[in-house]
Ligand binder design. Sequence first.
Ligand SMILES: [Zn+2]
Length: 132
Amino acid sequence: MFDQKCACGAPATVVSDGPARCWKCVGEEIKDRRKQILEGKVKWGNWDYNPSNLTIGHKNGYYIDLERCSDSASILDWIAQVSGKSKMFTHEDVGHLVRALDDIIGLQERICGNGTDTDKPFDAKNELKPKS
Ligand SMILES: [Zn+2]
């Protein structure tokens, strides 16, 4: 299992979830994906992130303002809003939105880890600035 090699030539340490990779390359992948997300280049089903106004928009025109996603309750409120509009959004839309919020904000790391609300409100303007 661990005698596989990463594309870079190093011994692979991660063999699940796609081709075998070393930790260094996995770290690079995570950094690259983060960059793609913050630049608005990642899609979640019908949703995408717009870095110019810090929103997650659905192709039907509905959008979620990440500047109003500061804590568990405000984020859950958006999810419930979308979930409640069953004529506008499919089950898949709701699922993709949760994935988008998790990818963009990092829900357990930043907002609700161990079932505890963060004591530092999420600040989209500062925390979603793309790092160069
Ligand atoms: Zn590698």
